[in-house]
Design a protein around this ligand. Structure first.
Ligand SMILES: Cc1cc2nc3c(=O)[nH]c(=O)nc-3n(C[C@H](O)[C@H](O)[C@H](O)COP(=O)(O)OP(=O)(O)OC[C@H]3O[C@@H](n4cnc5c(N)ncnc54)[C@H](O)[C@@H]3O)c2cc1C
Length: 484
């Protein structure tokens, strides 16, 4: 059998590609996921607001509305099956004056039309009771009980790991370059690592899904405009809330929110600025000032001195009608499914999109046979700091590496780092370790752990320390030894 021949190839291991791989891995088909980066979900699937939106925001009748509401429901089961960290917070849209309060009714009605369950309008007293630090000028709030907060990287990783243990192949640093098409039928793809043959290609390349579609000669009018969103993270010991607070949204964005995260920090953002480049994730002073100003509308007492980190994510804003998602079998090229313009609420929608892709394939005559040994459960990641004293002691007795603390702020051990390096989707970089273990995210932002993590990666991967990178080639951490 040709090892480069697959039934189906998925381009991109963001949340959409990883969940398609995971849901398809229950069937007896040979699947390859290619990813141009060194790890799964580098951006935007790991740099976003992390909210599984309830679904009141998208315009009724759009794909965004349908997939958001269905996806939200599936996430409530999936977080348990895949052992993904989550917080069932619900979410609040907070009105600050009478005019904004009127807009809450429109959002409420939109939510009802979209089929969102358990929406509730709260008056001033009710919302202030639930979130006392909120702006005292608030006039009320729309509460969506089904919204929740998730760890987006952990979710993408969990989906990919579960797909991998169920037989899906993953190739990293493997970039789609061109399509192989014969008689208007997909035959395979050309990558920087050679050719791969298949019957079906799923284009889930996120920000680059327009360029991938164009290589197949389809959706030539469809273009993605990158729009940057910047965020600030706060020290959990200095400031914490346990809610998700949105302002009243505009036509363009959901606005600058204040949210708890699954790790207990508070996060504020994002603003929305058109970017020149799809890879431009640098934060800016103007952008962060805008984020602080926006957040202070909701919590005026917010003190930016307690911030510990900033980051930015890039929205894949498409130009389809209503800025809707494109989720369709190509009419021109047989064997191609395009998933384009999957901006927010793309994370919330991803499981519903994945299941819909399977329906599309079935409608196209693809025969699916369930695997006898499919395992829908992905084992929870061990986090030392969450264990009891007794559990910690027992673990250290079994493996002394759990007794070595490498990150003091977040209490991450060498054992967890080694686990991450040898996990089903292995961590190969500093950021890969950071995202899997949450090391380096505390007050000191990695100052203590960096040299230790480099040594461990070098030892476990048998590569020189100078070759260890932060997030892939070009981000090497050590240039040369000072004393040489
Ligand atoms: C600022 C911001 C806030 C957001 N907040 C939320 C939110 O709170 N809730 C929500 O539901 N959604 C939110 N979203 C949207 C959500 O993050 C995205 O919809 C979702 O992550 C898209 O996933 P994806 O898999 O389609 O794309 P991506 O995450 O972009 O994944 C695509 C993958 O394809 C790879 N790739 C690209 N080109 C190639 C190629 N040529 N060859 C191989 N691989 C390739 C990329 O490297 C990438 O890993 C937000 C987005 C942003 C930017």
């Amino acid at each position: 059998m040709n090892k480069n021949k697959y039934d189906l190839i998925i381009i991109g291991s963001g949340i959409v590609g990883s969940l398609i791989a995971r849901f398809l891995s229950q069937y007896n088909i040979k699947i390859l996921v290619i990813e141009k980066e060194i790890d799964i979900g580098m951006c935007p699937s790991s740099a976003n607001s992390a909210i599984i939106h309830a679904g009141y925001d998208p315009r009724p009748g759009t794909k965004k509305a349908k997939f958001n509401v269905e996806g939200n429901k599936i996430w409530h089961t999936l977080v348990h099956e895949l052992n993904i960290p989550f917080k069932k917070t619900g979410s609040y849209v907070v009105a600050i004056n009478d005019e904004e309060f009127k807009k809450l009714f429109t959002l409420y009605e939109q939510g009802i039309a979209n089929g969102v369950p358990r929406l509730k309008l709260l008056n001033k007293d009710e919302i202030l009771k639930r979130e006392p630090v909120l702006n005292k000028n608030t006039t009320g709030s729309l509460f969506a009980e089904t919204a929740m907060v998730i760890d987006p990287f952990a979710a993408t990783l969990a989906a990919a790991e579960n797909a991998k243990i169920n037989g899906v192949d993953f190739l990293f640093e493997t970039e789609f370059k061109d399509a192989i098409i014969e008689n208007k039928k997909v035959k395979g793809i050309i990558t920087n690592r050679g050719k791969f043959y298949c019957n079906w290609v799923i284009n889930s390349a996120g920000l680059f899904s327009d360029e991938v579609a164009h290589k197949f000669g389809v959706l030539m009018d469809f273009l993605i405009t990158p729009r940057k969103g910047e965020y600030i993270i706060f020290d959990s010991s200095a400031f914490s809330i346990n809610n998700v607070l949105f302002p009243v949204p505009s036509q363009q964005t959901k606005g600058i929110l204040i949210s708890t995260t699954t790790h207990g920090n508070v996060m504020i953002g994002p603003n929305a600025k058109t970017s020149e480049h799809k890879n431009d994730t640098a934060t800016t002073k103007e952008g962060l000032d805008e984020v602080i100003k926006g957040a202070k509308k909701l919590i005026p007492s917010l003190d930016e001195k307690n911030s510990i980190a900033t980051f930015a994510g890039i929205r894949a804003t498409g130009n389809a009608k209503d800025r809707d998602f494109i989720v369709e079998v190509s009419k021109e090229i047989k064997g191609l499914i395009n998933l384009c313009g999957i901006e927010s609420p793309g994370f919330a929608s991803a499981p519903a999109i994945a299941l819909y892709v399977i329906e599309l394939l079935k409608n196209e005559g693809v025969k699916f046979f369930l695997k006898k040994n499919f395992n829908p459960v992905r084992k929870a990641t061990l986090h030392f700091h969450l264990l009891s004293y007794k559990e910690k002691a027992d673990l250290i007795k079994k493996n002394h590496l759990y007794g070595r603390i490498v990150c003091r702020c977040e209490e991450v051990t060498e054992g967890e780092i080694v686990d991450a390096i040898h996990s089903p989707i292995p961590a190969k970089t500093y950021d890969g370790i950071k995202r899997r273990t949450w090391l380096g995210t505390g007050r000191c932002q990695g100052t203590f752990d960096y040299p230790r993590v480099i040594k461990i990666l070098s030892r476990e991967l048998s590569i020189p320390e100078e070759k260890i990178t932060k997030k892939g080639p070009g981000s090497e951490i050590i240039f040369n030894k000072v004393k040489d």
